[in-house]
Design a protein around this ligand. Sequence first.
Ligand SMILES: [Zn+2]
Length: 198
Amino acid sequence: MIKPLQIFIALSLFASNAALAGSSDFDIRLGRGSEREQAAAKQLRRLLDTHDVSPFTFTYSVVIREGDVPHSHPRLTINTIHLEDDASALSVFIHEQFHWLGAAMEANTNAAIEDLKATYPNVPNYRSGGARDEYSTYVHLLVGLQEYRATASLFGQSEAKRVIARKPHYRWIYRQVLENEAAIAAIVRKHSLDVNPA
Ligand SMILES: [Zn+2]
């Protein structure tokens, strides 16, 4: 359940995201303060200072916790597994950011999902490359597409393809993103869930 205030905050950020964001705009906390968490924070700060993520920023509160599965709420949380892979590290951060957009624009998300059901009346379960349940699988077709396009805008298309193709989870979902990009992107655009990098 999203409270009106949260929607207001998220949409305010959405509306004002033309301003450049840098690492100092973010509140980045560490789970335990381990060496790898410190290294991941340093990496994230460097990436935020060298890549304009403002079009894809919907929350400024970040936690880096070694061993956690990345997730978006209540605080955007990432882990330390991509210390050697900048594009993958930033793509995970952007993925979780897009969940904040989806939550703020829940009605648009649900309308987009209705359209996705026409293209994909049946989606696989988690073991077959989907997400944890059917709704989450449809959500991740949207988030996966948004993540792919944002990563391509920052690192180029071939690097984005590499990042998306090597994801260890949601294999079916990310395959649709790469193989059916135009159709999913049209649904994202139709429901105003697209963001345009400056
Ligand atoms: Zn996700």
